[in-house]
Design a protein around this ligand. Structure first.
Ligand SMILES: [Zn+2]
Length: 324
């Protein structure tokens, strides 16, 4: 059974998010958007177009703990008997929202304090509990069902494989149906490269993880599947998934080399690199991407950093090699 797209508005004007409806005896939604009246009305309308009401929904399966995928879950439980399915790693997001938002915004701010002058920091980063909580609620424990990070999940009377794909989000899972070759790709795979949002690790001491490096590993996992059609968290479904993954991998590699060339030429700060690599798109997303690219260059042993007046300055290592 092919998932049906219901496109929903988000708090970001230009962006929409998908809930994927899977009909059958147990009508199921994959993700559910943010808790706003506008989105709620769009959801009810989208179900109606498909001959359903909210009381028909039996399951809501959450792909990852980001506002635009889980925010509406609590409100749904108030209007029907649906069970909200979250992975082991998303569970804390479902029941300890403030703690988790504080943890995530803590590691984001830590990176930003070391990489952005204060003016830019204030301009681009508003990710705390205060900003996001109005659109997001904790889910009553007795309405939650937890699924493991690997194994299978029954969706629409078919077994879908759970594929753990950290990168865009540390707790993200995709679902793959080996019979049809369909992939519910969450925000791992979008027609555009997903943002490697900075996040804290799953386990104590909850240090920052290298989101983009993880995203590249997750691409490798997906490349092993025989995907016939992909149903992403944003934008429309698409085919030719393998070609798209390889294109995104190449683009990331070429941007990484661009960052390296800039650093070799003496550009030393993250914000300056962002301005050079994404001249028309200096925003939180491109800052996350550059931080991720620098992580990889550091892992490759090609750059290093030193702290000067509280800010990290990056320099290339190869330049310092003395040939004798
Ligand atoms: Zn999203």
């Amino acid at each position: 059974m092919e998932p049906i797209q219901i496109e929903l508005p988000t708090i970001f004007e230009s962006m929409t998010v998908n809930t994927w409806l899977i009909k059958g005896p147990e009508p199921t939604l994959i993700d559910c958007g943010e808790n706003t009246d506008k989105l709620w009305n769009a959801l009810i309308n989208g179900l109606k177009v498909n001959g359903l009401g909210i009381t028909d929904i039996k399951k809501v399966i959450i792909t990852h703990g980001h506002l635009d995928h889980i925010g509406m879950a609590k409100r749904i439980t108030e209007h029907c008997d649906a069970t909200i399915w979250v992975s082991e790693y998303v569970y804390d997001w479902a029941i300890h929202l403030k703690m988790m938002l504080d943890r995530r915004s803590g590691v984001i701010m830590e990176v930003m304090e070391k990489n952005l002058p204060s003016k830019e920091r204030e301009q681009y980063f508003k990710f705390g509990y205060k900003e996001l909580a109005p659109y997001w609620d904790e889910i009553p424990k007795d309405r939650i069902q937890v699924f493991p990070m690997e194994g299978t999940l029954n969706i629409g009377e078919e077994e879908w494989e759970i594929i753990y794909t950290p990168g865009h989000c540390i707790n993200q899972t995709c679902f793959y149906n080996p019979k049809s070759g369909y992939l519910l790709s969450a925000d791992m795979l979008l027609p555009i490269i997903a943002i490697p949002i900075i996040d804290a690790g799953i386990k104590p001491p909850y240090n920052r993880v290298k989101s983009l490096a993880m995203q590249l590993e997750s691409y490798k996992k997906l490349k092993k599947l025989h995907i016939t059609k992909t149903f992403p968290g944003h934008f429309s479904a698409f085919e030719n998934t393998l070609a798209l993954i390889e294109k995104q991998e190449r683009k990331i590699q070429s941007r990484k080399e661009k960052c390296f060339a800039l650093i070799e030429n003496g550009i030393s700060q993250v914000i300056e690199i962002v301005h050079q690599v994404y001249p028309k798109r200096v925003n939180d997303a491109t800052i996350f991407m550059v931080v991720g690219l620098l992580d990889i260059l550091m892992d490759e042993g090609r750059i290093e950093y030193e702290e000067i007046d509280g800010l990290y300055h990056y320099s290339s290592i190869t330049k310092k090699v003395v040939f004798s």
